[in-house]
Design a protein around this ligand. Structure first.
Ligand code: FAD
Ligand code: SF4
Length: 492
């Protein structure tokens, strides 16, 4: 590499792909916010990589992508090889390139982040895979030798897809069951289109089916089919069932009209944006909450500062709300979501109130929400996980006026009865116990059942779910004594 090339970052600033203009976003445009690089832009941005020798970006990336190597391939316009390399570590690179909180992961640890602006790793990853798909590239499994083994994967979210992809590459036939009519899990029905266009999932489904993966959709395990039956029919089972236990916060007054749980709100928006019902089935237990209120001109307060909260505030803006406020009980630096998404929300007109802990929902005589009573907080001592607690400040109570309150406190997993009946153990907070000293990677307390993703970690990220599904496939392959695709980064 010439000296000029090494110092390209001095002449070329960090640049993201163009975004949909603000006036469209704030007047109801649900299109994917970031556009796509062309080859010249992708090569320029890739050329900013210093190739610093110690790729912190790769180590910080949960799937350990071979980032400097594929950035080099993009500069040389060797896109199909770059796509091959992306897939050697990541079964869903085009999705991660779009939705990973890169500022906390790969880009956050880029050497150039220190003053020059990180290489736009996620946008280049998206460029590579979208371009390769457009050119007809598909994973080449022609040398894979079928083992005759069969595995049932429960859950077609990122964890299940990550697992099925690696099983197929190891010659193991994967049959993926999901209770909904489409694949993707929260990618399909949780994450809004302005972060992830649903055509991306449709293309990925076609790719996965081309790899020989079979989907049985609209089938709920534990209801439509028993797991015991799957264990009879298959050599092993993978559980990628996600985290859906809603944390409602138990706020006094939360039964008031106008108070909504976050996920049904987002799901319903997804249906409206798609112009139809994405799965064709109602969400069990949530039917009465799923009617979308008319937000035009309304004051919306979203409680919670994670990815779900950000999706709710930005969806409210697109639905024409008059004033949108996000109230979070810690400070901005402690927000669990992506800083980039917070920046986008702020630009779209969302007001942030930090260090506000909700105490109760206020309502009028007709039972309609009128506001949220909050108390100001300061950060106290770190808890067991190292996060500083929010400590209420006495005498600092106030009311944030609201017509609609969206509760986005998060989700946690649970071990349902049908799993418990099989001897699958969970932790006290509902995570499936998987892996550990005497077990294979991601093996549960049932020897032929493995698990990964949000069901094991608790609600987290797409990329960590993909990583766990991928690595669980390795454990399954070990159990079935066939060699799986290596999970470590390959070199170009
Ligand atoms: P899921 O995606 O939840 O998939 C689980 C699947 O299992 C579902 O399809 C479900 O239908 C199926 N299932 C469950 N039980 C059964 C059963 N008994 N029978 C059949 N099927 C079953 N992460 C990011 O990295 N970036 C983001 O920007 C981001 N935004 C988010 C926004 C929202 C609103 C939410 C809720 C989450 C967001 N996340 C984001 C988190 C991310 O979506 C999850 O961490 C990830 O999807 C977890 O993958 P998973 O495969 O473990 O579970
Ligand atoms: Fe970055 Fe996520 Fe891609 Fe890893 S998978 S390189 S963390 S965008």
């Amino acid at each position: 590499m010439s000296r000029k090339q090494v110092f390209q970052f001095l002449d070329l600033p960090r640049e993201m792909p163009k975004r949909i203009p603000l006036e469209l976003r704030t007047s109801g445009d649900w299109g994917e916010l970031y556009g796509k690089f062309g080859q010249a832009e992708a090569a320029h941005q890739s050329g900013r990589c210093l190739d610093c020798g110690n790729p912190y970006c790769s180590w910080k990336c949960p799937v350990h992508n071979a980032i400097p190597q594929w950035l080099q391939l993009v500069q040389e316009n060797r896109i199909l090889e770059a796509a091959e390399l992306c897939h050697s570590t990541n079964p869903l690179p085009e999705v991660c390139g779009r939705v990973c909180p890169q500022d906390r992961l790969c880009e956050g640890s880029c050497t150039l982040n220190d003053g020059f602006g990180a290489v736009t790793i996620g946008a280049v990853e998206k460029y590579i895979v979208d371009t390769a798909f457009e050119r007809g590239w598909r994973p080449d499994l022609s040398e894979v030798v079928p083992t005759g083994k069969r595995v049932a994967v429960i859950g077609a979210g990122p964890a299940g897809i990550g697992c099925a992809d690696r099983l197929a590459r190891a010659g193991i036939h994967a049959v993926v069951y999901d209770r909904y009519e489409q694949i993707g899990g929260l990618l399909q029905f949780g994450i809004p289109t302005f972060k992830l266009d649903k055509s991306v999932i449709a293309t990925r489904r076609e790719v996965l089916e081309g790899m020989g993966i079979e989907f049985r959709l609209g089938v709920e395990v534990g209801k439509d089919v028993a797991i015991e039956q799957l264990l009879e029919e298959y050599d092993a089972v993978f559980l990628g069932t996600g985290a859906y236990r809603y944390t409602d916060g138990g706020l006094p007054g939360q039964e008031a009209e106008g108070v909504l749980p976050a996920l049904p709100f987002l799901v319903q928006n997804g249906r409206i944006v798609a112009g139809n019902d994405p799965w064709g089935r109602p969400i069990a237990g949530w039917e009465d909450k799923i009617k979308l209120p008319d937000l035009s001109g309304k004051r919306v307060v979203v409680l919670g500062g994670g990815d779900t909260g950000m999706d709710c505030v930005r969806s409210s803006i697109r639905l024409g709300a008059g004033k949108v406020t996000c109230a979070y009980r810690r400070d901005e630096a402690s927000m669990p979501g992506s800083a980039r998404e917070v920046g986008n929300a702020r630009e779209e007109g969302v007001r942030f109130l930090f260090n506000r802990q909700p105490l109760a929902i206020e309502a009028d005589a007709e039972g309609r929400a009128t506001g949220v009573r909050v108390v100001e907080t300061r950060l106290g001592e770190p808890d067991a996980r190292g996060r500083r607690n929010a400590v209420p400040i006495e005498g600092s109570e106030s009311v944030i006026e609201a017509d609609v309150v969206i509760i986005a406190f998060g989700f946690s997993p649970e071990v349902p009865e049908w799993m418990q009946a099989l001897g699958i153990e969970g932790t006290p907070n509902g995570r499936i116990v998987a892996g550990g000293a005497d077990r294979l990677p991601y093996q549960t307390t049932h020897p032929r059942v493995f698990a990964g993703g949000d069901a094991v970690r608790g609600a987290d990220l797409v990329v960590t779910a993909v990583a766990e599904g991928r690595d669980a496939a390795q454990g399954i392959a070990e159990l079935l004594a066939v060699e799986a695709q290596p999970a470590e980064p390959a070199t170009a």
